[in-house]
Design a protein around this ligand. Structure first.
Ligand code: FAD
Length: 364
C-alpha cells in the first residue's frame, strides 16, 4: 500500500509528490492526460517549447519559492514586456511612459499625468459601468485604444453593459519601464517547464491516461491517503451542480519565419480582431530556430467536458464551491489542493507555496 495516491501531475501534485518522497513516504501519481505537468506542460516543436495550455511566465516575490524552483532548474532572464496592437499602432504595456509618449508625443511624467488628469474629467459622478470606471481611472485615450476592445472580447459583452466593479485599479507607471510584473523574481525555466516537472517527479511512479474519477474502485484502498488536484465538483460526481469556467481556444501555426512579431506576447486591443493575444513561443527562451510557432488565443464560452481555464467567481459559483468545500472537509483521507480542487485562480508561485504548506502540515 502506498502512503499517498496523488491525483494530478500539475504543479500542486508534483510538488507534494516530491516532498512526500523526500520525507521517505511512498507515492503513486496518476494523471488523466497523456502527459505530466498540468497546465504548464509544453510541447516541443522543432526545438521550440510551445505552451500548450496558455502562455506561462514564472514571476514571484517569494524568495523561498524562487529558491525552491531554482533547485530543480535554472531560470533564464526573460522579462515579460507585452506589446499592444491597436489597428496596427503598437503601444508598450503595462501603461507607462513609453505608452504615453507614443499616444500623445509627450516627454515628461508631468505632461503624461496632466493628460490623464484632463481626460479623466470626462466622467462626472459615480461611474455606472465598466466604461465609465475605466475612463475615470485612466482617461479616454487609454480606455479607447488599449482597454475597450480587449475587455469586450474577454467578456463577450460591451463595456457599457459590464459592471464598474470588475476594474478596481488600473496601474499607470510614470517611468519608462515595460516590465509587466512588479515581482522581484521572474523568468522561464531554461529548457522549458517540462524540465521543472520532470525534476520534481524524478524517481516517482507516474501513471498517465488514468482518470481517478472513472476508475476510483480500482485505486480505492491502494493508498493510506489521496491528494486530489482535479475539479472538486467532478470528485463528488457533480451532485450539487457544475462549477463554471471561462474557456479559451488556441490556434497554433508553424511559420517559415525566423521572427514573426519580435515579442513573445502581443495583445490585440481592437474588438474587430477576434483573438485577444498572439503568443510567439520562441521568444520566451530567446530561440534562434529558422522557423517559428505562434498561437492565437481566443476567449471562448466554456462547456462542461472542455478544458477548464479560469474559474468564474460569481455568487452562484462561490456558493456552490462553498458547499463542495464542506463536503470535501468531511473526506478525512483526502486532501484537496490546487486550482481545480479549490476552484481558485492561482499563479504558479502561489500554487507551489500552497503545496509546500500542505506538505509541511501533512508530512511532519
Ligand atoms: C491560460 C492560463 C495562463 C496562465 N499563465 C500563468 C502565468 O503566466 N504565470 C503564472 O504564475 N501562472 C499562470 N497560470 C496559472 C497556472 O497554470 C497554475 O498556477 C498551475 O497550473 C496550477 O497547478 P495545479 O497543479 O493546481 O493545476 P493543473 O496544472 O491544472 O494540474 C491538475 C492536473 O490534474 C489532472 N487531473 C484532473 N482531474 C483528474 C482526474 N480525475 N484524474 C487524474 N488526473 C486529473 C489534470 O489533467 C492536470 O494535469 C495560468 C493559467 C492559465 C489557465
Amino acid at each position: 500500500m502506498y502512503d499517498y495516491l496523488i491525483v494530478g501531475s500539475g504543479l500542486f501534485g508534483a510538488v507534494f509528490a516530491h516532498e512526500a518522497k523526500k520525507a521517505g513516504r511512498s507515492v503513486l501519481v496518476i494523471e488523466r492526460r497523456e502527459n505530466v505537468g498540468g497546465n504548464i506542460y509544453c510541447e516541443e516543436m522543432e526545438g521550440i517549447n510551445v505552451h500548450k495550455y496558455g502562455a506561462h511566465i514564472f514571476h514571484t516575490s517569494y524568495k523561498d519559492v524562487w529558491e525552491y524552483v531554482n533547485q530543480f532548474v535554472e531560470f533564464n532572464n526573460y522579462v515579460n514586456s507585452p506589446v499592444a496592437n491597436y489597428k496596427g499602432e503598437l503601444y508598450n504595456l503595462p501603461f507607462n511612459m513609453n505608452t504615453f509618449a507614443k499616444l500623445w508625443g509627450i516627454v515628461t511624467p508631468d505632461e503624461a499625468a496632466a493628460k490623464i488628469a484632463e481626460q479623466r474629467t470626462a466622467i462626472k459622478g459615480e461611474p455606472q459601468n465598466l466604461e465609465e470606471q475605466a475612463i475615470s481611472l485612466v482617461g479616454t485615450d487609454i480606455y479607447t485604444k488599449l482597454i475597450k476592445g480587449y475587455t469586450e472580447k474577454q467578456w463577450g459583452r460591451s463595456c457599457t453593459e459590464l459592471p464598474a466593479f470588475i476594474i478596481k485599479r488600473l496601474p499607470v507607471r510614470y517611468t519608462f519601464d515595460n516590465n509587466y510584473f512588479n515581482d522581484r523574481y521572474q523568468g522561464i525555466p531554461v529548457g522549458g517547464y517540462n524540465k521543472l516537472i520532470d525534476a520534481l517527479l524524478d524517481g516517482i511512479e507516474v501513471r498517465t491516461g488514468v482518470d481517478y474519477n472513472e476508475c476510483r474502485a480500482e485505486y480505492e484502498g491502494m493508498a493510506k491517503k489521496v491528494v486530489y488536484t482535479g475539479p472538486v465538483d467532478a470528485y463528488f460526481d457533480y451532485k450539487l451542480g457544475q462549477l463554471e469556467y471561462r474557456g479559451l481556444r488556441f490556434e497554433t501555426e508553424r511559420l517559415e519565419e525566423v521572427n514573426h512579431q519580435g515579442v513573445a506576447v502581443m495583445n490585440y486591443t481592437e474588438r474587430e480582431v477576434p483573438y485577444t493575444r498572439v503568443i510567439e513561443h520562441k521568444h520566451f527562451e530567446f530561440g534562434t530556430q529558422p522557423v517559428t510557432y505562434v498561437t492565437k488565443e481566443y476567449p471562448a464560452d466554456w462547456q462542461p467536458g472542455e478544458e477548464a481555464y479560469y474559474p468564474v467567481n460569481n455568487e452562484r459559483n462561490q456558493n456552490l464551491y462553498q458547499q463542495y468545500a464542506e463536503l470535501a472537509a468531511k473526506e478525512e483521507k483526502v486532501i484537496f489542493g490546487g486550482r481545480l480542487a479549490e476552484y481558485k485562480y492561482y499563479d504558479m508561485d502561489d500554487v507551489i507555496k500552497s503545496a509546500l504548506a500542505c506538505a509541511g502540515r501533512e508530512l511532519q
